[in-house]
Ligand binder design. Sequence first.
Ligand code: ADP
Length: 181
Amino acid sequence: MHVIILGAPGAGKGTQSAEIVKQFDLQHLSTGDMLRAEIAAGSELGLAAKTVMDKGELVSDEIILGMVAEQIKNSKKGMLFDGFPRTAVQAEGLDELLASLGSEISHVILLDIDNDEIVKRMLARGREDDNEETIRNRLAVFDNQTAPLIHYYQSQDKLATVLGSGTVEEIFARIHKVLSA
Ligand code: ADP
């Protein structure tokens, strides 16, 4: 089983991902976490990524697909993709990668929540790239580049939309139902 959790920045993907991987024994792959690890390590990739991330723009598809390919090839478990794919090129690249391993995405969970709630949550979280201007840009980038993936997975009949408001437990219960069906 390979699962994608899709949703705007601040929709709660990271929080729900932690719970999903525990309950369904999946490997968590967060491209945001991977990039932050590169930054913390002071690598060349991290240095380049930081400039882009601080503006709320997307890191190049080539870098992202390279990082992900390595993880997928080394994994023995089902994967949970969090914060990836974020563009059509990434989504197609992921399908090709999995197909080359004789596998495919089984479920795409769309965490649905409105923008006002998102801005409130992100300002409370206070990560380095969580200032109001960057947040607004990330939401615009989501609408332009990532939201089209909703249709991509809908047309593959893999999309399940889950209401992203409520308590962490309430939201997880909705996700659990989808993944258990
Ligand atoms: P959030 O979803 O809350 O914005 P992430 O940790 O997923 O947080 O991403 C933080 C930043 O890292 C993004 O704004 C972007 O610059 C970069 N990033 C993460 N994943 C990707 C990806 N798949 N493609 C391009 N850029 C990415």
